[in-house]
Design a protein around this ligand. Structure first.
Ligand code: IVH
Length: 693
């Protein structure tokens, strides 16, 4: 490709592709519409990546390829803000808003004025500097005077323009806004973490803040941060109102939440507040209040600032859905990885539509942070759709009868002494083999839809089978017969009072379970590998391992060094896989599953020799393809005489790239001048042959 076009042509093409990608990204991420398929979009991005790799000197810091990350920042530089980043005065009461309005009226000495209302997004404040239309710096709020330069991480935010494409923009300006994880992005991130036995994050705001400070920008990119902008700072600007500056932000393609409203009276402001008090739950992002700003910029200047806050704006916070109740006790749950989670047992209280009896306390540090005692009166809150949490103790109500909490030292189920690894906050029960909730948890993981898909087998049935000693691990499911299940005594929690009741498994259910177990034997290797429950090996990682190593034996025999060779397999995952296979119990478990007939090998779909058109040529395959799974495209290379190798080196002939190819492979191939081809180009290569015969 590099030899085919001149540098001048490449520059033009890079510009054309960047503009197109910016245009389609804006449509897709901000207007929620699209004019092309994901595949076509990825092809454009792919073409741009390849061109930039061939002509690295033409790669611009505002290129849309920056969104995929790949840069590691060891330490974030401190930057002094050009204008201080102030915060807003908060209030929870309408009386305060009436007072605020009185102060504004007084400060403006009889002039007319209007307000601009916006929602207050619960994220992390960010300041962005643009010079000559290019994003040059993104800085966190920090202490308001200086913050951290997190430009590379901010560039992964899909909705943030890296380059202003609209002609009419000031030479230099600053934009401020709020970076956040949408409710959906946060849910997905936690789901992925739960799948690999990692502790889930407690709230989206702190996670957004932590994400912005991650050293690896590829990980930031994967988490899909987003951002709303709400302020434009231009020195000596002709923009006279906040409303106009918002319009300007929209014109420059910044992501502005469409929820703002101009208001003329307090009554209109109260209507706005009332309307969004309920509607905010429909929004994709968490919102904790309303910001009310004086619209005219000159009036803002006239009103000025106190030491910390502007006098021309105030935020009205919605009361969190909270309640007060009594902490009766703390109990402890054991997860499938042996992690111990303390749980607050509460006097039942009604909160945001449901009765809350329990709330997670996460770990021992959280109990210490809250300084909890049994018998305390506690505040509980429900944030969005997340499970309730204890947010604090009402110390004024603490009586003499409260009892100090001592975190358990032994497993509540099997009484094995707990361990806490250095640097970790979580306590673990190390009795992997014999601790009943861990065994049950592993079986529940094994049968889930994304794994072996035997969900007709509910938790109660698993409990029943374990209690009777019919099964000891997930592999024993394959030895079950109809009679083991039919009529099996089950203990279930029933009714509002959660009383334990007993019933027996019906014939039909037993039949369904047996069928589902039988069907699960044809689940592909990637699902089986996920099901066996190696820590940190979620569904995506399983797929990568299967595509790279092909068989369980190769994964098992691969040492640490070979494991980290595979795409997206980092040190932590490699260590976890290595230690998983060290246990004789693991090998025994895998052998039982093999004996039951489960698939431990990537199945070849296209295996017969089709041609010799790629004879002697070597290929590395990276990314996701439209017409093939990764394995299929590799098989197709082989069936035409090509050879698949695992890493990019000077000897490589082709890097065959799909959607989201590995950035390190791309840059290495670019440096070595390796020819990169797309799926379509590959199809052309093998199609030429097909016409020949
Ligand atoms: S305006 C002088 N508008 O709330 C400060 N802030 O305590 C002007 N925030 O640091 C800020 N949504 O992080 C403004 N629509 C909005 C906002 C908003 C969220 C955050 C921001 C700021 C904090 C104020």
């Amino acid at each position: 490709m590099s030899s085919a076009i001149t540098k001048k042509e490449a520059r033009k093409e890079i510009e054309r592709l960047s503009d197109l990608i910016d245009y389609y990204s804006h449509l897709y991420y901000q207007k929620n519409t699209t004019e092309m398929s994901d595949y076509e979009f990825d092809q454009l991005l792919d073409k741009l990546i390849r061109l930039e790799d061939s002509f690295p000197e033409l790669k611009s810091p505002s290129s849309p390829t920056q969104r995929v990350g790949g840069v590691v920042t060891k330490e974030f530089e401190t930057v002094v803000h050009k204008y201080r980043m102030l915060s807003l005065g908060n209030t929870y009461s309408r009386e305060d808003l009436i007072e605020f309005d009185k102060r504004v009226a007084k400060g403006l000495e009889g002039q007319g004025y209007e307000y601009f209302c916006e929602l207050k997004f619960d994220g992390v404040a960010i300041s962005l500097t643009y010079e000559k239309g290019l994003l040059v710096r993104a800085v966190t709020r920090g202490d308001g005077i200086r913050g951290d330069d997190i430009t590379t991480n901010a560039k992964t935010i899909r909705t943030l323009p890296l380059k202003i494409n609209n002609k009419d923009f000031p030479e230099e300006f600053e934009v401020r806004g709020e970076v956040f994880l949408s409710k959906e992005a946060f849910r997905k991130l936690n789901e992925e973490r739960a799948d690999i036995g990692e502790e889930t994050y407690v709230n989206a705001r702190n996670t957004s803040s932590g994400t912005l400070k991650l050293q690896d920008s590829s990980e930031v990119s994967r988490r899909h941060l987003d951002c709303y902008l709400y302020s434009l700072l231009v020195p000596d600007s002709d923009v006279k109102t906040h409303e106009k500056s918002i319009e300007k932000l929209i014109d420059m393609c910044f992501n502005v939440s469409p929820t703002f409203r101009k208001c003329h009276t307090l009554a209109e402001i109260f209507d706005y507040i009332d309307e969004w008090e309920t509607r905010r739950f429909e929004l994709p992002v968490e919102t904790d209040g309303v910001v009310i700003k004086v619209n005219s910029i000159s009036q803002q200047e006239q009103l000025g600032y106190t030491a910390k806050n502007p006098r021309w704006a105030i935020s009205y916070k919605y009361k969190a859905e909270s309640a007060i109740t009594k902490l009766k006790d703390i109990t402890y749950q054991v997860g499938r990885t042996g992690a111990i989670t303390p749980v607050a047992e509460l006097v039942p209280v009604f909160l945001a539509g449901t009765t809350v009896k329990r709330a997670s306390l996460h770990n021992a540090n959280e109990i210490a942070r809250l300084d909890l005692r049994i018998g305390d009166i506690v505040f509980i809150e429900k944030g969005g759709e997340i499970i309730p949490k204890v947010t604090g103790v009402d110390l004024s109500k603490r009586g003499n009868g409260v009892k100090q909490v001592t975190f358990i030292t032994n497993c509540p189920e099997c009484h094995t002494p707990l361990v806490r690894k250095e640097g970790e906050v979580v306590h673990y029960c190390p009795n992997v083999k014999g601790c009943s909730p861990q065994i049950q948890g592993r079986i529940e993981h094994f049968i889930q839809r994304k794994a072996m898909n035997i969900e007709s087998l509910g938790p109660e049935t698993i409990r029943g089978l374990l209690d009777k000693g019919i099964i000891r691990d997930a592999a024993d499911l394959y030895a079950l017969n109809f009679d083991d299940l039919n009529g099996l005594e089950l203990t279930i929690q029933a009714g509002k009072d959660g009383m334990l009741k007993s019933r027996s498994l019906r014939e039909k259910s037993a039949q369904n379970i047996i069928e589902a177990i039988e069907q699960s034997k044809s689940r592909p290797f990637e699902n089986v590998l996920f099901a066996v429950g190696i820590r940190y090996v979620g569904a995506t990682v399983s797929e990568k391992l299967v595509n790279y190593f092909k068989t369980i034996e190769r994964i098992q025999d691969a040492g640490f060094d070979e494991l980290i060779e595979a795409e997206d397999i980092g040190e932590r995952i490699a260590h976890s896989i290595e230690s998983f296979f060290k246990y004789p119990e693991t090998l025994n478990f895998i052998n039982k599953l093999k004996f039951a007939g489960l698939i431990f090998k990537k199945q070849d779909k296209i295996s017969e020799i089709q041609s010799g058109v790629l004879n002697g040529k070597t290929f590395v395959v990276s990314g996701v393809f439209e017409n093939f799974s990764r394995d299929e495209i590799q098989e197709s290379v082989k069936s035409h005489g090509g050879k698949i190798i695992s890493s990019v080196s000077a000897k490589l002939d082709y890097l065959l790239t799909g959607e989201k190819p590995g950035p390190s492979k791309l840059s290495k191939a670019g440096k070595l001048g390796i020819r990169m081809i797309t799926e379509n180009e590959f199809l052309e290569m093998i199609a030429t042959h097909n016409q020949d015969v």
